[in-house]
Structures are given as C-alpha cells and as structure tokens.
Design a protein around this ligand. Structure first.
Ligand code: ZN
Ligand code: ZN
Length: 269
C-alpha cells in the first residue's frame, strides 16, 4: 500500500488552520511512514482575493526541523513547497528555492490569466471547453517560464471547479496542449503528481485523470509522485485505496518520494 503522502498543507498555508503537529499525529495514526509538507507560496496572488498564499520559509523550516527531530523514530517528515506558477516569477522562485534546503517542490498552476477558477467569474464568458483548454495553455506557459520544480501538481486541477466537473471533459479535446506539457515534463525529467484530492472534489478520479496518466506513460513518462493535498487531518491519504487500484490497473509499479530534490523510487506493491 501507499505509505507516503507528499502533498500536505498546514497552518503555514493561508487556506489551512491545522497546526503541523496535528497533521503529523494524524499521519502516524494512519500508518504513514513519510510525509512532505508542501505549503502554498503563490507570489503575486491577485489582491482582490484577500488571500496572500505566502509563508515565511525561515519560520517554516525551524518548526519543521524541530518536529522532524521529535518524530524521527515514528515518521520521516520532509520539507516541501507548492509554488504557484506565473510567468515572470522565475527569479523570485529561484531565490526562495536556493535559500533553504527543500526536499520537494511542486509546481502548480492556480490562476488562469490572473483569475482564480475556484470563483464563478472565471467561468463566465467562456465555453466550458475553452475555459478548460485555456487552463492547460497557462500550465504550459508556466512550466516554460518557471522550470524550478520537481513535479507538476494536479495537472487537470481546473476540472475540480468546472461547472460540470469532468462530465464533458475528454483528453482528446485538449490533446495538443496536454501532449506539449507531458512531453516537456518527460524531457526535463520532472514527475507527474497523482493528486488524490480529485476523489473528494467530485471527480471520481485523481488529478490528473487516468487518460492523462495513460498518455504520459505512452509518451515515456515513468516518474510519479503521490499526495492527498490535505489541508486538515481528515483528508490525509484520502482516496488512497482508489488511487492504488487505479495505478495498479495501469501497470504502474513504482512512485517517487523526493528528498533533497532527488527522487527515491518506492515500490507500489
Ligand atoms: Zn494546488
Ligand atoms: Zn496543495
């Protein structure tokens, strides 16, 4: 079974109020042996949303390292970050990432043309198909301009907020741009994150969905990371049985846990 969760948020993230220590206790209670905190760092998140998605890496590292030592006999606690990618932020992210010893960096796209698709305003004025496709175009632009990450986070994140969820989504509709993204990930040796938040966001699949995972494999992709994107204790390792069954059915036998920005390969079986 999967005993790692490499996408966790705590109260260092603006949208979580769960202390790190509570997340750690819950993870050990669930039998996990490795967790990675990946707090939100979305530089230049638009002011209109009243959320800054910024944390202080010094404070984060201090607390994480104290807890890492305290729990060293129980669980391996890794220092990660989820960067919110936007064109033009390369130097700022490079600077943050060079100043501390990170284990794992998720590169995520949370904005489309500076609009958060979580809000209905994004979906007004676009057909759903166009709105979804535009998200993938932004992902591609972002990974072109900010290449300092280890895994692309929740690649079809946009589906969580689509009015029809994934009911009308087909990989084929956005195949050209998705293929460009996947080829770039593979060429640059990055990982594809399997984010099980999809299961609790009404998608009945992880992000990305199985068609995109299959396409990544067809194109030669072999590196996967796994995380729940939990912001509270109850969501840690959420959907892991379903994810395990899906990955097994696709013939995936290994996944990666990043330590000091290098993948360690773990057997799925
Ligand atoms: Zn995210
Ligand atoms: Zn996240």
């Amino acid at each position: 079974m999967i005993k790692t969760d490499c996408h966790l948020h705590s109260s260092f993230s603006s949208d979580s109020d769960t202390p790190m220590i509570d997340m750690i206790h819950a993870a050990t209670d669930k039998g996990l042996d490795t967790i990675c905190f990946t707090e939100h760092m979305d530089l230049q998140f638009p002011d209109k949303y009243d959320m800054d998605f910024i944390f202080e890496p010094e404070k984060y590292m201090k607390q994480l390292n104290e807890l890492k030592n305290t729990f060293s006999n129980n669980i391996d606690i890794l220092a990660g970050i989820e960067t919110g990618l936007k064109p033009g932020l390369k130097n700022e992210y490079d600077s943050i990432l060079s100043m501390h010893e990170w284990d794992y960096v998720i590169g995520s796209t949370h904005l489309v043309d500076d609009i958060d698709p979580y809000y209905s305003e994004y979906w007004e004025g676009y057909s759903e198909k166009t709105a979804i496709n535009r998200y993938f175009e932004c992902v591609y632009d972002n990974i072109q301009s900010c290449g300092n990450y280890d895994a692309v986070g929740h690649l079809d994140y946009i589906l969580r907020y689509a009015p029809s969820k994934n009911k009308y989504f087909s990989y084929k509709e956005s195949a050209d741009i998705i293929d460009c993204i996947l080829k770039k990930i593979i060429y640059e040796g990055k990982a594809l994150e399997i984010n099980t938040n999809g299961y609790r966001s009404g998608l009945s699949s992880p992000n990305p969905c199985s068609d995109i995972i299959k396409r990544y494999m067809e194109l030669g992709g072999v590196l996967f990371t796994i995380g729940s994107d939990a912001h509270c204790t109850g969501h840690i390792a959420y959907g892991y049985n379903e994810a395990y069954n899906l990955l097994s059915s696709l013939g995936i036998k290994h996944y990666a846990v990043y330590k000091k920005r290098k993948p360690e390969i773990i057997s799925l079986v």
